[in-house]
Design a protein around this ligand. Structure first.
Ligand SMILES: Cc1cc2nc3c(=O)[nH]c(=O)nc-3n(C[C@H](O)[C@H](O)[C@H](O)COP(=O)(O)OP(=O)(O)OC[C@H]3O[C@@H](n4cnc5c(N)ncnc54)[C@H](O)[C@@H]3O)c2cc1C
Length: 467
């Protein structure tokens, strides 16, 4: 068996693994990476972020074509199948793989394909893929960046051809007329937007009493309204009793006694860290009940020379954070000063409409007895939104009544996840630079959506002076 020696071995080539590996290589380490899938990119590229965002973009374009009267000059509204829009996503995925493969090559990082498991605390066995035999990688430091997979409860038959999870839905070869989505977290709500945008009648089953309850209440209400407006039936506080696949569809029985039938069923309820079959217990690491590993603020596990980053450590389970966590882990390994603990993470939710937020919510500020005020701007009142026709949405700024310091930014509507970063940059300023006055004392391009910050800041200041 071939044996290789590295300074750092990284397991997984998602955002966390890639950034850990490339950063370590840039800092002069010899790095080897292991990936069990046939190409690099991680679930982020193949099952999660990239395909779902590309699907959503294609669906938004279809909605635009079908609803904008200008396009009636060139044709009637058209129906597009799910496999057709999936093709768009596959093109993006292929570009991502090519680009990411080059990152490893350019930085002289060796990539090994096969399932990785530990044989001791410094040795990883790569169980041969692509007809190769097993290979052994020895390293001083190891980063576990193996990501997560959909949690699949044993009483649901995921081998049935009409029962899917968020990975297998990307193999859907037809377009159902009706779809049940079980689980109304971020992934469930995003897929509810995608399928309802394609004209599928969606039943969205929420196990909680409010959609995405971690969001500002106004924004979560707006999401419910717009999903319903697009034909989605949302059922709150429900739990499944059984999910039964038939020849023609799926029957979901809820504990409340309801029975719902649909052509297909998509399970979006929970994810599990990818830690099985890695021999972790043998080296002193015990994942929790969700398959996740605990780390300290330096991303070290209980075995200090073994680090973990990305979805495998749990919160926030976002590609955005996974990149930074992986980079931080390898900066710590390299003794570099650019290490940072990733704790301030914006929320970006690619539903239709898009949602993004950072900082505290009204509920949190009220509970903490912080005197705050609200400034809001509606997209429909900005010139840019009137031009693009993307008039659904709002920007809400929460700021301290006395210091005017920005405390929270909550936004929904077209490009909310981009718009939020303008405010984020101001929020992160030190001293008096992080107040909403910035938006009034700064000239913004016109017409832009950035203008919404000025409008919201003015609205907020008026509210204070009127009180
Ligand atoms: C439908 C969906 C939509 C999402 N949308 C967004 C979004 O819009 N924005 C956002 O920020 N996040 C989003 N996410 C979350 C994001 O995809 C994850 O947070 C991100 O992929 C985590 O990155 P990671 O590097 O930890 O792991 P992953 O991307 O999961 O990659 C882990 C890699 O490790 C490999 N691996 C696992 N075990 C082994 C082993 N034993 N040996 C070798 N290789 C192994 C896997 O094959 C995989 O390639 C979404 C997720 C889903 C499911």
């Amino acid at each position: 068996m071939a044996v290789y020696h590295y300074d750092v071995v990284v397991i997984g080539t998602g955002p966390a693994g890639e950034s850990a590996a490339v950063n370590a290589a840039k800092k002069g380490k010899r790095v080897g990476v292991v990936e069990s899938y046939k190409v690099v990119g991680g679930n982020c590229t193949h099952m999660g972020t990239i395909p779902s965002k590309a699907l959503r973009h294609a669906v938004k374009q279809i909605i635009e074509f079908n609803t904008n009267p200008m396009f009636r000059d060139i044709g009637e509204p058209r129906w597009f199948s799910f496999p057709r829009v999936l093709k768009q996503a596959e093109q993006v995925m292929a570009k991502q793989v090519q680009m990411r493969t080059n990152f490893y090559a350019r930085n002289r990082v060796d990539v090994f394909f096969g399932h990785a498991r530990f044989t001791d605390a410094n040795t990883v066995l790569v169980e041969g893929a692509r007809g190769k035999g097993d290979e052994e990688l020895k390293a001083d430091k190891i980063v576990i960046a193996t990501g997560s997979s959909p949690y699949c409860p044993p009483d649901v038959d995921f081998t049935h051809p009409r029962i899917y999870n968020s990975d297998t839905i990307l193999k859907l070869s037809h377009t159902p007329r009706t779809l049940i989505i079980y689980g109304a977290g971020v992934i469930g709500c995003e897929y509810a937007s995608i399928f309802s945008g394609l004209g599928v009648k969606v039943d969205l089953i929420d196990t909680r009493e409010r959609l995405l309850s971690f969001l500002d209440y106004q924004i979560s209400d707006a999401l419910s309204y717009h999903l319903r407006n697009n034909g989605v039936v949302i059922r709150h506080n429900e739990q499944y009793e059984s999910v039964v696949g038939t020849d023609t569809g799926v029957v979901l029985t809820l504990k409340s006694g309801k029975k719902i039938r649909a052509d297909a069923f998509l399970w979006c309820n929970g994810r599990t860290g990818n830690t099985a079959d890695m021999n972790l217990e043998e080296i002193g690491l015990t994942p929790n009940s969700r398959g996740q590993l605990e780390v300290n603020e330096q991303y070290q596990t209980e075995v200090p020379h073994i680090y973990a980053a990305g979805d495998v450590i749990g919160w926030p389970s976002l590609a955005s954070a996974a990149y930074d966590q992986g980079r931080s882990a390898s900066s710590h390994i390299s003794g570099s000063s650019d290490y940072r603990y990733v704790d301030e993470v914006p929320t970006g939710i690619y539903t239709i409409p898009e949602i993004s937020s950072i900082g505290q919510s009204e509920e949190e500020l009220t509970a903490a007895k912080i005197p705050y005020e609200v400034g809001q701007a509606f997209f429909k009142d900005t010139a840019r939104a009137q031009i693009t026709g993307e008039t659904v949405g709002m920007l809400k700024l929460l700021f301290h009544r006395e210091t005017l310091q920005l405390l929270g930014i909550h936004c929904f509507g077209d490009r909310a996840s981009e718009i939020i970063h303008i405010g984020q940059a101001i929020m992160r300023q030190q001293g008096e630079a992080n107040t909403i006055e910035y938006f009034i004392h700064t000239t913004f391009n016109y017409p832009t959506m950035a203008e919404a910050y000025r409008v919201a800041a003015m609205n907020g200041l008026n509210r204070i002076s009127n009180h």
